[in-house]
Design a protein around this ligand. Structure first.
Ligand code: PGA
Length: 257
């Protein structure tokens, strides 16, 4: 049985005040909730504050981040390394988000290299994949996801997916309110797991595959009741403590059965 993982991607949102309030709210809302791993990825600048807040509230919330560099130190102006992320207690690192692929021209290979570098540093990649609206309309969803995953497998082997997280996020569903249906998402998740199973049945069975794209308290339960949807990567709704906690609770409940 896979333990569900619900992660909040705060994107470029935050202030000292907001981080303090959101983490206090989350710690309160999630008290006593079991059977789900809950993670948050604040902007890098707020990791220090987030780490201290989580420590003070003795929360089980896992700290994450939204990106990594491909080096641990040196002349790389403006970047943040896995060593630094670890220094602030961040373990689950989002890579390959469609916003970075698009606005920063990150290629499949570049993202695959980040995946490998995180693993080398003992961190958990939260590896985002997903198709555009046009690719979806053209029936290319499975092909696009397979290409993105194979970039990792071809360079680093299927073993790279051991203890890693995949987040299937159809680009057209991100921040649009136009979520994929639970049935469509399940079909894609099953195809992703099958692709990995071609190389390793055991890794396919243990790898966490999250759905992302307009997940809300209202639709969360439908996703989590699908056998191959093991959690969610949540953007907008993760900025509200109550909504995010409700999504986490829905995962715990659905997967406890
Ligand atoms: P959303 O974002 O929940 O606001 O659609 C999801 C994501 O981009 O990870």
């Amino acid at each position: 049985m896979r333990r569900p993982v619900v992660m909040g991607n705060w994107k470029l949102n935050g202030s000292k005040n907001m981080v303090t309030e959101l983490i206090s709210g989350l710690s309160r809302e999630l008290q006593g909730v079991e059977g789900v791993d809950v993670a948050i990825a604040p902007p890098t600048l707020y990791l220090d504050l987030a780490e201290r807040m989580l420590g003070e509230s003795s929360s089980n919330i896992i700290l994450g981040a939204q990106n990594t560099d491909l080096n641990n130190s040196g002349a790389f102006t403006g970047d943040t390394s896995p060593e630094m992320l670890k220094d602030f207690g961040a373990s689950h690192i989002i890579i390959g988000h469609s916003e970075r692929r698009e606005y920063h021209n990150e290629s499949d290979q570049f993202v695959a290299n980040k995946f490998n570098f995180l693993k080398q540093n003992g961190l958990t990649p939260v590896f985002c994949i997903g198709e555009s609206e046009a690719q979806n309309a053209a029936g290319e969803t499975e092909t696009v996801c397979a290409r993105q995953i194979n970039a990792v497998i071809d360079s680093f082997g299927v073993e790279a997916f051991e203890n890693a997280i995949i987040a299937y996020e159809p680009i057209w569903a991100i921040g649009t309110g136009k979520a994929a249906t639970a049935e469509d998402a399940q079909r894609i998740h099953a195809s992703i797991r099958a692709l990995i199973a071609e190389q390793s049945q055991s890794i396919a069975e243990q790898v966490i595959i999250q759905y992302g794209g307009s997940v809300k308290p209202e639709n969360a339960q439908a996703y989590f009741s699908q056998p191959d949807i093991d959690g969610a990567l949540v953007g907008g709704a993760s900025l509200d403590a109550k909504s995010f906690a409700e999504i986490a609770k829905a995962a715990a409940k659905a997967k406890a059965l």
